[in-house]
Ligand binder design. Structure first.
Ligand SMILES: O=C1N[C@]2(CO1)C[C@H](C(=O)N1CCC(COc3ccc(F)cc3Cl)CC1)C2
Length: 302
C-alpha cells in the first residue's frame, strides 16, 4: 500500500494526476482514454476491452470513429493495463459492469443530448451485454466483436469446468494457463504485438477469475431471451477463444427487432487485429452500422 499522502500511481509507476482517469466505487483509479472529434460529436461510443488486455489496442477503432464525429471513450478495467487492482482478479464480474456504467453516466452528464453506443470485444462483449441489460432503453446500439457469450468447448470442457469449480474452493489462485496468443489473429504481426505488449497480462488466468467469467456467461445465457436493444454481432468462424455459437445463439434468441450478425470466414478471435482486409471490413461495418442508427436516432427528432 502506498504511504498516506503519496500520489497514487499506476502499476507502471505513473502518477494518476498526470493521466486521465476516474475513481471507481471502491476507490480504485481507472486509466481512461478519449478520442474527441474536432467539431461537435454526433454520439458517444464506450469501448469495453477484453480479458488481460487494455484499451490502448482500440486506438484504430477510436481514431476511425473520431473521424466520423463520434466521441469515443474507454478505460482499463480494474486489474488491467494502467488501472489499479490485482491483475485479472476481481471479487465479482459485476464490478466491470458497475465501473462501465459509472464512466458512461459521467460522459452522458457532459453530453446529455447525445445517443450512446457501446463496442465490446470478447470479455468486454460480455461486459457490454450485461451493461446494456441493466439499462435496456439507454443505448442506441451495442456492437459486439467476438463476444464471450459461450465458452469455447475445447478450452472449457465439462471436465475442466467441473475441475475449476472444485479448485475454486481449494486453490482459487491456481493458474488455468494463459491465453494461447496464436489464436489472437491470423496476422503474425498482430500476434507479436500482443505478445510484446507489456500492458497485456501474460500471466495465467486464475481459477477464481475463470469462475467469474463462467458466471458471466451463465448470466448472459439467462438474459439473452429478454434482450430488446439494437445490436451488431461480428465473429470469425475460426475463433478458438470464444465460441461463435454464442453469437449465433444470441442472434437467434434475442427479441430485438434491430439485430445483425456478420461472420468473417476463416478469421480468428480479434477481428479488429486480424488480416488487413478483415480489419478494414470490420471497421467499415461498425462505422456504417452506427451511422445508420444515427441517421434515424430519435434524439435528432426524425
Ligand atoms: O485482443 C485481445 N483479446 C483478448 C486478449 O487480447 C482475448 C481476451 C478475452 O477477453 N477472452 C478470451 C479468453 C476467454 C477465456 O475464457 C475462459 C477461460 C477459462 C475459464 F475457466 C472460463 C472462461 Cl470463459 C475469455 C475472453 C481479450
Amino acid at each position: 500500500m502506498p504511504e498516506p499522502g503519496a500520489p497514487r500511481r499506476t502499476p507502471q509507476g505513473v502518477p494518476y494526476a498526470d493521466l486521465q482517469h476516474i475513481v471507481n466505487a471502491d476507490g480504485q483509479h481507472l486509466f481512461c482514454r478519449y478520442w474527441e472529434p474536432e467539431g461537435p460529436p454526433r454520439a458517444l461510443v464506450f469501448v469495453a476491452h477484453g480479458a488481460g488486455e487494455h484499451c490502448g489496442p482500440y486506438d484504430e477503432i477510436g481514431q476511425t470513429l473520431k473521424e466520423q464525429s463520434l466521441l469515443v471513450f474507454a478505460h482499463d478495467h480494474v486489474g488491467h493495463g494502467q488501472s489499479e487492482g490485482d491483475r485479472m482478479n476481481i471479487k465479482d464480474f459485476q464490478v466491470f459492469v458497475r465501473d462501465s456504467l459509472q464512466h458512461i453516466d459521467l460522459m452522458k452528464g457532459r453530453h446529455p443530448d447525445l445517443p450512446i453506443f457501446i463496442i465490446g470485444h470478447s470479455m468486454g462483449g460480455a461486459i457490454s451485454i450485461l451493461t446494456a441489460c441493466e439499462r435496456p432503453n439507454d443505448f442506441a446500439g451495442v456492437a459486439l466483436i467476438a463476444p464471450m457469450v459461450k465458452m469455447n468447448p475445447e478450452s472449457a470442457t465439462p471436465f475442466k469446468v467441473f475441475l475449476a469449480k472444485v479448485l475454486n474452493h481449494m486453490v482459487p489462485s491456481l493458474s488455468l494457463g494463459s491465453i494461447d496468443s496464436k489464436w489472437i489473429s491470423r496476422d503474425q504481426k498482430q500476434v507479436e504485438a500482443y505478445d510484446n505488449d507489456e500492458l497485456n497480462h501474460h500471466g495465467g488466468l486464475r481459477v477464481s477469475f475463470g469462475m467469474q467469467l463462467m458466471g458471466a456467461v451463465a448470466r448472459i445465457e439467462r438474459e439473452v431471451p429478454a434482450i430488446t436493444w439494437p445490436f451488431l454481432l461480428l465473429h470469425g468462424d475460426d475463433d478458438k477463444l470464444c465460441d461463435i455459437r454464442g453469437s449465433q445463439m444470441m442472434f437467434d434468441m434475442a427479441q430485438s427487432t434491430d439485430k445483425k450478425i456478420k461472420v468473417y470466414e476463416g478469421a480468428y478471435h480479434v477481428l479488429h487485429h486480424e488480416l488487413p482486409e478483415t480489419v478494414a471490413a470490420v471497421l467499415k461495418e461498425v462505422t456504417g452500422w452506427i451511422s445508420e442508427r444515427l441517421a434515424v436516432s430519435p434524439s435528432q427528432g426524425s
